[in-house]
Design a protein around this ligand. Sequence first.
Ligand SMILES: *Cc1c(COP(=O)(O)O)cnc(C)c1O
Length: 396
Amino acid sequence: MTNQAGRFGIHGGQYIPETLMNAVIELEAAYNHYKNDPQFNAELETLFNEYANRPSRLYYAEKLTKALGGAKIYLKREDLNHTGAHKINNVLGQALLAKKMGKTRLIAETGAGQHGVATATAAALMGMECVVFMGEEDTKRQALNVYRMRLLGAEVIPVKTGTATLKDAVSEAMREWTNRIDDTHYCLGSVMGPHPFPTIVRDFQAVISKEIKAQMLEKEGRLPDIVMACVGGGSNAIGTFYHFIEDKDVRLIGCEAAGRGIDTLETAATINTGKLGIFHGMKSYFCQDEYGQIAPVYSISAGLDYPGIGPEHAHLHDIGRAEYVAVTDDEAVNAFEYLSRTEGIIPAIESAHAVAHALKIAPDMDKDKIIVITISGRGDKDCAAIARYRGEDIHE
Ligand SMILES: *Cc1c(COP(=O)(O)O)cnc(C)c1O
């Protein structure tokens, strides 16, 4: 069922079973109350600053800039956050909201395990019970993150349905929430799913662009020419874009995972190859086969291989406000290595997709132009996989 709430143009909405309506209605009412509550916002700001290490640095990458010989490049260092990525911003916000709502239990889906670890972290901090749904395939590929979640006190449930990966974990978490809404909050990991999730997650991640704007005005006395970020579901990208959407001179660029190329079937570039559809409670663009079934997606980056994109991005694409480019595995791996060598910063392979596009465009831009790249996470987790990609077998 659906209503007009939470539309971004034709996208978004609430395409969910009747049994989930009460849960999202309760969540929306609570969020509308607490988002304007000074006490809530003060507590969240304290968590951001004292626990997650905000504000994150806006770092002038001088060596990278000189090496490319064009636009001036700044890096927004979300990799320096506690737990090593932007995901903690959303999770702390939702966990605090859930606590205010009187919930005692958090459930979450996870693909590679990053969002599961962040949720387990927040649950430990706030003394809440935590259950994480993870595709059985992913539990095998990401054994270290499964251990981390258990260490943090969470229960990890392997999901065996479908392809036993992220999309099945989302479906299972939604099913579980339907069964148990009294004490449970579903802590969704990106700007997707039924309203109000795309808005809630966006608002918690918008701290990224709020900080970029203030930091840029302080360092350069003006706004950047381009802000860019990688796009999986789209949370770090919308966080990077949000406070610049009304600044029409600032270009917004989202970098999707092309995998082995957008002309192959091994891709996760949703805007570049997907079609309009309805899945996981929202209308948006999805990678689909010729029959309209959700297509299997592929990327070297486990954080970007979701077959859909958040509805606000779909809308920003429709109206031409943001651009979405596709970056292949090969380009991302090159950028992963290049940033490591030039700046001594090992980015997450997800973030390396955004770095890769900057490597393409910065050299042709004037030296007085400014690009900000959000480094959504740190790359320690990816070293073994990249070594394997280069034909080297290292033990994790
Ligand atoms: C999960 C993840 C992403 C992709 O998620 P978005 O919602 O698109 O931001 C990107 N980078 C890192 C480091 C991640 O962990």
